[in-house]
Design a protein around this ligand. Structure first.
Ligand code: NAP
Length: 262
């Protein structure tokens, strides 16, 4: 299927590794040009080089910076000639107990997982509407649908974004101009973040990393973790010409882990 996005410009935030990188890979494969961001320059440049090598016709621009800051967002936007596709992403907040989190911890989580995506939408969606095409995909978390007790900062901040998107996606001035805004909710995907969590769990419990990973794997009916590539492919479809009638939705990719009917 031709997704109809060849030549479009995509800003993919937090994309040197993991799910963001998977999205950038899929969009570039479909013929889009991309601006990718991350804080660490080395991994970012390596990913940019990988994308260019795989798809020499694509323009790939790497912008190092923290997307949760005003400066980081300004640099990313300045590098992108126009934003037709926006993939919002940033690192997730740390786990813990809400009794330990002060205002600063909450503001940091809100900045990363709620306000940064809202600011980037604010900067881009009206121009998308004027051009008659726009796709926004926010990478959130399965924890929005099935909250994880120790991830309260994530549950709270991402739920705020989810509520905001439910309203703004339905604005006729966006929806009627072929601008869609959807949230992609990862379950358990095989990324550095996941393996880092397993390593921390192993260090704290004395179990091996593989034992912890296996216990987690057993919670997924698919019997495996998702891959960044399949996450990216799904994201690319959400950004396609064909997905123009899908907006304001929360799409869970979790190998069947969520046990509910809806
Ligand atoms: P990952 O493998 O650790 O990759 C994170 C990427 O984001 C890296 O490229 C990182 O590069 C970049 N990044 C982090 N903070 C950034 C910032 N402030 N500004 C710019 N770039 C930033 O993580 P992942 O597993 O792909 O997770 C992506 C998001 O999905 C996270 O919010 C995570 O909580 C959420 N999620 C993941 C899973 C899962 O199973 N993997 C499940 C649910 C939710 P730098 O560190 O160099 O900046």
């Amino acid at each position: 299927m031709d997704l109809g996005i060849a030549g479009k410009w995509a800003l993919v935030c937090a994309a040197s590794k993991g799910l963001g990188k998977g999205c950038a890979q899929a969009l570039v494969r479909e013929g889009a040009h991309v601006v990718i961001t991350a804080r660490g320059v080395e991994a970012l440049e390596a990913t940019a080089a990988e994308l260019r090598q795989a798809h020499p016709a694509a323009v790939v621009i790497a912008v190092a910076g923290d997307i949760t800051t005003v400066e980081g967002r300004a640099a990313a936007l300045a590098a992108c000639p126009q934003v037709d596709i926006l993939v919002n992403n940033a690192g997730g907040p740390p786990p813990g107990d809400f009794r330990q989190w002060d205002r600063e911890a909450w503001i940091k989580a809100l900045d990363a997982n709620m306000l940064a995506p809202i600011e980037l939408m604010k900067a881009t969606v009206d121009a998308m509407a004027e051009r008659g095409f726009g796709r926004v995909v926010n990478i959130t978390s399965g924890a929005v649908k099935a909250p994880i007790d120790t991830l309260g900062l994530s549950n709270g901040a991402r739920s705020g974004l989810t509520g905001f998107v439910a309203g703004v996606a339905r604005q006729p001035r966006l929806a009627s101009r072929n601008v869609t805004i959807n949230n992609l909710l990862p379950g358990t995907f095989d990324t550095d973040r996941l393996t880092g969590g397993f390593r921390a769990g192993a260090a704290a419990s004395g179990q091996s990393v593989e034992e912890i990973a296996e216990r987690r794997r057993r919670t997924v009916p698919a019997g495996r973790f998702g891959t960044p590539a399949e996450f990216g492919d799904f994201c690319a479809f959400l950004c396609s010409r064909q997905a123009g009638y899908l907006t304001g939705q929360n799409l869970l990719l979790d190998g069947g882990a969520y046990p509910g009917t809806f």
